[in-house]
Design a protein around this ligand. Structure first.
Ligand code: CP
Ligand code: NVA
Length: 311
């Protein structure tokens, strides 16, 4: 089945991703100007959430409504998935009824299996390995501030082994910026990701060295969803990697701060940083809406970016 999916950032070509970010900025303006743009009338997005969500659910559901379509929230608790119906059977059934599927799950393999059996585009709304929709919003936010990320240095501080770290690694490849990952030993990107990471990515075990002179400091929760039993150990090991004012002082004087949220003030980030003048986390969260509208439009094959498909 020749259907485009968005399971990781590199599923789109560099030119598609660049155009998508520009389209997201244009759709944001359309929304802010109060113009109606609703090309998805009659279309339905199914959203399967096996993990909690605030931003992803609200942005996809609202985005689909703004585009004129309908979004359907499905949790394993209320569907037969939770009673053992297979991923493949679920994909075959749902994709005969809806026009697009977004899935938030644990193992990335669940997404690959669903996509392989689906007749319609599948979007990764977060898996244990990747969070590409968040990167669309993060890259859009950086683009709004700087125009381009090329030649910049991004420091990702904290758990370098999680979905956000992996997606930032893919972004560094595509958008040609340096990425320094500052993480304790044992919390570094997977070997496979490091191997394909190219020259753009450096892993350091010293937070100050990682942020030195960087233009953007990024962090994420120390305990991702599904790792709750490890929370105490992670808190102890990751403590020296808190993004606070002392650490920010080592970055470029005008460095920005991003966090995909939800945040834990006093753990991975101090209140003075996340609530301070360098923080762009609220724009970053809002941009989930605009970036995903551009993504859905693209995967539906409508709008200006769809014309680039395959470039
Ligand atoms: N950043 C993010 O994905 O937030 P939610 O978990 O609230 O969807
Ligand atoms: N790494 C975090 C991201 C939350 C949006 C998690 O997987 O829980």
């Amino acid at each position: 089945m020749n259907v485009r999916h968005f399971l990781r950032l590199s599923d789109l070509s560099p030119s598609e991703l660049r155009a998508l970010l520009q389209r997201a900025i244009a759709l944001k303006k359309i929304q802010r100007d109060g113009e109606r743009y609703a090309p998805c009338a009659g279309r339905t997005l199914a959203m399967i959430f096996e993990k909690s969500s605030t931003r992803t659910r609200v942005s996809f559901e609202t985005g689909m409504a703004q585009l004129g379509g309908h979004a359907l929230f499905l949790s394993p608790r209320d569907t037969q998935l939770g009673r053992g119906e297979s991923v493949e059977d679920t994909a075959k059934v749902i994709s005969r009824m809806v026009d697009m599927v977004m899935i938030r799950t644990f193992g990335h393999d669940n997404l690959l299996r669903f996509a392989a059996a689906s007749r319609v585009p599948v979007i990764n709304g977060l898996s244990d390995d990747h969070h590409p929709c968040q990167l669309l919003a993060d890259l859009m936010t950086a683009t709004e501030h700087w125009g381009d990320l090329r030649g910049r240095t991004v420091a990702y501080i904290g758990d370098g082994s999680n979905n956000m770290a992996h997606s930032w690694m893919e972004a560094a490849q595509v958008f040609d910026f340096r990425l320094r990952i500052g993480s304790p030993a044992g919390y570094v990107p997977s070997a496979g990701m490091l191997q394909s990471g190219g020259d753009q990515v450096t892993v350091l075990h010293d937070a100050v060295a990682a942020v030195r002179g960087a233009n953007l400091i990024v962090t994420d929760v120390w305990t991702s969803m599904g790792q709750e039993e490890e929370a105490a150990a992670r808190k102890a090991i990751l403590a020296p990697f808190q993004v606070n004012a002392t650490l920010m002082a080592a970055a470029a004087p005008d460095a920005l701060f991003m966090h995909c949220l939800p945040a834990h003030r006093g753990e991975e980030v101090s209140a003075e940083v996340i609530d301070g003048p360098r923080s762009v986390v609220w724009e970053e969260a809002e941009n989930r809406l605009h970036a995903q509208k551009a993504l859905m439009e693209f995967l539906f094959g409508i709008g200006p970016v769809a014309a680039l498909q395959g470039d």
